[in-house]
Design a protein around this ligand. Structure first.
Ligand code: GDP
Ligand code: CA
Length: 306
């Protein structure tokens, strides 16, 4: 069983590739919930939704979040009444938040709700929230401490990041914890998600880093940085603001000896990277074929390790 750790858009693309080439019992995808928040009375889990919509084949390719073919009647009407429209919720997407919130209020865990919604979308692979308890990421910036979505969406990542404050002392969900202990665990694959915003919140949960290392299985990451740039989102900007080299070497240094291997793009083949073993291949995923091909290569690589 391959345990994939994922955030939103970059994570979802590789997760979809892994799901295309592995049967459900051989893959579990643990997803960041550090971005989750309550908005307009709804429980919103952006990265879980991106992974779910991507695996279901209904993700919006233009926006990189939400559902394809979305309509915006709800937002338009809300705006007409002077309501809050900075966080955009499409009509179809809204149904997800309504249903998630209804189930959580009825006493179901985020793990149970996430599994039910994935199953309703015809997804057979396991999508598991990193935590059932709230574990909100706070972004410490030159404009003060910002709740994650205030930084990411309301302020469009404009403030300079000084540090990330990850939820102190929240444990992994019971489902994630069971996956860490699963005798079938073969390897951990850290998807090309933002290391600071999407992966660190997962690794920072109580006991996760040390328990994963103690399993003695291969732990590999795919670099989200290609040619000194992020494919999407603020990873490169944040690395520069934190004084980290904006490169796969910077990603390798950040993960340090937690990882055994790093997958980097052919563009960066000349880069001097200390520490992890390297797999050099094309890591830009433009199509479903790209995702499946990269996933196959990564699986082949980690399996020859054990
Ligand atoms: P978010 O939660 O939606 O912000 O998404 P993630 O943290 O999962 O992914 C964001 C990261 O994915 C960015 O740093 C991008 O550089 C990276 N990314 C997106 N698409 C690709 C891709 O096709 N290949 C690689 N290597 N990285 C990608
Ligand atoms: Ca995210």
């Amino acid at each position: 069983m391959i345990l994939a750790l994922a955030g939103g858009v970059g994570g979802a693309k590789l997760a979809a590739g892994l799901a295309a080439v592995l049967p459900p019992e051989e893959l579990a995808i643990v997803v960041n919930t550090g971005d989750d928040f309550e908005h307009l009375g709804f429980a919103i889990s952006p990265d879980i939704d991106t992974v779910t919509y991507t695996l279901a084949g209904i993700a919006n390719p233009e926006l990189g979040w939400g559902i394809a073919g979305e309509s915006w009647a709800f937002m338009e009407q809300l705006g007409r009444m002077g309501g809050e429209t900075w966080f955009r919720l499409g009509d179809r997407d809204l149904a997800t938040h309504v249903e998630r919130t209804r189930r959580l209020r009825g006493g179901e865990s985020l793990t149970t709700v996430t599994a039910a919604l994935a199953s309703a979308h015809g997804i057979a692979h396991r999508i598991v929230p990193m935590a059932d308890d709230p574990a909100p990421t706070i972004v410490d910036t030159d404009e003060g401490r910002l709740a994650f979505q205030d930084y990411f969406v309301r302020r469009q990542c404009a403030p300079r990041v000084k540090a990330l404050q990850l939820a102190p002392d929240v444990g992994p969900s019971a489902a994630f914890s069971a996956l860490i202990d699963d005798p079938a665990l073969e390897a951990v694959v850290i998807c090309p998600s933002n290391p600071w915003l999407s992966v660190d919140p997962i690794l920072a949960l109580r006991g996760v880093r040390s328990r994963l290392r103690a399993r003695g299985v291969a732990i590999v990451a795919i670099s989200p940085i290609i040619g000194g740039k992020a494919v999407k989102g603020p990873a490169a900007k944040i690395m520069a603001e934190l004084g980290v080299p904006v490169s796969s070497a910077g990603v390798a240094a950040h993960y340090g000896d937690f990882i055994d291997g790093l997958v980097i793009d052919v563009t960066d083949r000349e880069e001097a990277i200390n520490g992890p073993q390297l797999l050099v291949t094309e890591t830009l995923m433009r199509s479903p074929d790209d995702r499946a091909r990269l996933a196959s290569e990564v699986i082949g690589w980690v399996r020859q390790w054990n």
